[in-house]
Ligand binder design. Sequence first.
Ligand SMILES: Cc1ncc(COP(=O)(O)O)c(C=O)c1O
Length: 375
Amino acid sequence: MEDYTKKNMNNKQIPQMEPWFGSEEKEALNQYMDEGGWLTEFKRTAEFEKRIAEYTGAKHCIVVNNGTISLTLMAMAAGIKAGDEVIIPNFTMIATPNSIKMFGAVPVFVDVEIETLCMDLEAARNAITPKTKALFFVNANGRSPKNGIEAYQKLCEEHDLLFLEDAAQSLGSFYPDGRHQGTVGLAGSFSFSAPKVISTGQGGAVITNDDEMATRLRKLKDFGRSGGGNDVHDSIGYNFKFTEMQAVIGNEQMKKLGWRVERKKDILKLYKEQLVGVNEVQFFEQDLSCTTPWFIDAFVEDRENLQAYLKDKQIGTRIMYPPINKQEAYQIPGEHPVSELVGQKGLWLPSAAQLTDEQIIFICLNIKSFYEKHY
Ligand SMILES: Cc1ncc(COP(=O)(O)O)c(C=O)c1O
């Protein structure tokens, strides 16, 4: 894995291309199978939780089967109930609002800031009503908000709201003061679906420094059992457990996290270098000294034609999340100009850690040639 033989554009050494699931995962899985273990959660899951807790600096980590359920359980454990309003950015993956809709809480959508696509602070302030119970902050692509995360925390304190972080896209991203994203609020949630910075196929985790939250979360994911392995239930819980097999993969993936973080940063730097002066492509404010882009995102002009042009060259792109309030699933009136703009101009460019510098340069050459031909 650590084959630092290749050099990037800045003559900096970078590792060789690495498959998403490589020989390390295969070997670890074989060893697990040889041991005859078919357990849901055991030592390897505990090891995976410990690795995430240590990496993020959180006191507790509770892994669950995906990053939507981790949000649901985080909200339930925090005390959010049916009918409570939760402030959520209008630009996020739809799992964020769906996770609380599932048990009857009410998402209230607010716009995002144009520089980072994180929740707009003033919009959040204006959305507070007597029914507001919590604010779900989403670190868009691992970015920090321009006013600092403390401003949101303060807003929550002033209005007696729960402050929770949807850090699904944030493993490897820290706030400028060094705290890992997801560790500032009462709890933070991660996703390990493919393709996140690390993946267990499906998977999610909640991190928290609060002992009571951790206990409630462990019970919620395990039928409300009063203790591991017994059938005594002092509360209602469900089954959102992880599996040892996923944990085997997760532990190997965690060993690659440092590598991937560096590679993702290099990829964004290279895109920016290559597309300098191309005014039709605008990147967001991403502080690479502490944050890691999960995907390469940008506002682009003439998005549909650019996509078609790149597709013709076998280059896949994906349009960014449309404004949630306008999705058929929600249809909530309200104007949120920045998330609308994302719906018109937001594009994810090829972002996999396995991309070589040559491939990225090829993609950028094609983006440039599209705009030269059409503008
Ligand atoms: C911000 C955000 N929240 C929640 C999720 C849901 O995670 P999962 O796909 O693991 O359920 C995602 C997935 O991409 C996400 O980006």
